[in-house]
Ligand binder design. Structure first.
Ligand code: PNW
Length: 448
């Protein structure tokens, strides 16, 4: 492995997944609190009420970050802590993040901050949520407040995390909050999220004349057809359109893909929610591109599945989520992005794996996760040898946490969390990650 001195090794979390303290500091509910309270939505009706209690234990967690030796820590801000009601700013909520960012800096860790990692305030949802174009204005107010209070403490801004999940899992597939199953709503919600991204990027650069790098994070998955048949090829094209191009094209080319607009028009009765100038706003130049990579997909044609192609069997080894372990396909993905979309610096803002970890004599020998991480960091190194300009890697996740509809059943952390006692236990993967980070420094001292 070969990493330059300024390559960023980090780890990532998000507010609702780790903070807990759901009714403290003036926070009001988000759509995820409501979704969790709805029977049948989340595994054993788990919720983020307490999660990792990070809100009270952030000092301990910062010490863990320090011991890991990470350069950067990616966390998100809970919007309902900042604006618990429409138009009412809550300085107490902001104080938590100010302090967190300040303490990270004091410890030499760069804060990389995500504005939206899915916890939309309930008040905003009740006024139409992302389906309403007004959401763009609410998000701008929220972003402006965060920029005003935190820009001097933050090393990079991420406007949105994975609008595919927030939009399509939340409003089309119904498996994430707010649990709607309406494709027209989903396409509108995505449009407004992307618009709010563009608006926030422009705001930071013009209103704030800030030089803090800002970008968006997309979850991307390379898609392969099960066979050469024309039908399977079409299925792969459509799956790629739904998962990847519906986001890449507007952000980098200022257009939605025409083939997908056409397919979606069976559900989307009118595209007149796309106003003049919107596509220019969405495609405003950013400073970097964030990618969350977990797996690839193989699809086959199925008439019943419409544009959502059917997942096909694969004999690849799987993680605890049942996701194929595919570091080579990760390379395909990045090379494609370089060829077809962008020269911007890339950050892998999430990569990791869930497994059923077991504590034995106070230790967690997570051999499979450790190997997953090594393989993907090796892939990043290989990609950089090919000149792909990946500037950082954030491991998902620092801690076992609330894994959305899977509740606490899926553990993604390199640090094990006992959710009864809140004890944190280093898994072998955490020791290995610390070693990888350290070795990079050691080899550089010799080489330079
Ligand atoms: C991402 N899928 O979510 C999120 O950014 C994290 O909050 C999450 O914990 C992590 O990945 C692990 O899942 C995803 O269904 C959720 O394809 C679902 C999917 C992809 C990403």
């Amino acid at each position: 492995m070969n990493f330059s001195r300024d390559f960023v090794f980090g780890t990532a979390t998000s507010s609702y997944q780790i903070e807990g303290a759901h009714n403290e500091g003036g926070r009001t509910p988000s759509i995820w609190d409501t979704f969790c309270a709805t029977p049948g939505k989340v595994y054993e009706q788990h919720n983020g009420d307490n999660a990792c209690d990070h809100y009270h234990r952030f000092e301990e967690d910062i010490q863990t970050l320090k011991k890991l030796g990470v350069d950067a820590y990616r966390f998100s801000i809970a919007w309902p802590r900042i604006f618990p009601e429409k138009g009412r700013y809550n300085p107490e909520g902001m104080a938590f993040y100010k302090n967190l960012a300040k303490r990270l800096r004091e410890e030499g860790i760069k804060p990389a901050v995500t504005l939206y990692h899915w916890d939309l305030p309930m008040w905003a949802h009740e006024e139409g949520g992302w389906i309403s174009r007004e959401s763009v204005e609410w998000f701008k107010d929220y972003a402006r407040t965060c920029f005003t209070e935190l820009d001097s403490l933050v090393d990079s801004w991420i406007t949105h995390n994975e609008p595919w999940c927030a939009g399509f899992l939340g409003y089309h597939q119904g498996v994430h909050a707010p649990g709607h199953t309406n494709m027209e709503e989903a396409v509108k919600a995505v449009h407004h999220m992307l618009l709010s991204h563009g608006e926030a990027v422009s705001m930071l650069k013009t209103e704030f004349s800030s030089s803090t790098p800002i970008g968006i994070t997309l979850n991307l998955s390379p898609i392969y057809a099960k066979s050469d048949s024309a039908n399977d090829q079409l299925a792969a094209n459509n799956a790629d359109g739904y998962s990847n191009r519906w986001f890449l094209d507007p952000v980098f080319k200022g257009t939605y893909p025409a083939d997908m607009m056409n397919l979606f028009s069976k559900y989307v009765h009118s595209y007149d929610f796309i106003k003049e100038g919107d596509m220019e706003t969405i495609s405003v130049p950013c400073d970097f591109f964030g990618i969350n990579y977990y797996s690839r997909a193989i699809v086959e044609f199925s008439a019943a599945q419409d544009f959502m192609s059917k997942g096909a069997f694969s004999d690849y080894e799987k993680t605890g989520m049942g996701w194929d372990i595919a570091p080579d396909e990760f390379k395909d993905l990045i090379i494609r992005l370089r060829n077809e979309y962008t020269d911007l610096p890339i950050y892998i803002t999430e990569n990791g794996a869930a497994y059923d970890d077991e504590v034995v004599n106070g230790k967690v020998h997570d051999v499979l996760r450790t190997r997953y991480i090594e393989q993907h960091i090796q892939a990043v190194s290989d990609l950089n040898d090919l000149g792909m300009n990946i500037q950082g890697y954030y491991l998902w996740s620092l801690l076992d946490n609330f894994e959305w509809s899977f509740g606490y059943d899926k553990r993604f952390g390199m640090i094990y969390v006992d959710f009864d006692t809140q004890e944190r236990i280093w898994k072998d993967s955490a020791y290995r990650y610390a070693e990888i980070i350290k070795q990079r420094e050691a080899s550089l001292q010799i080489g330079s």
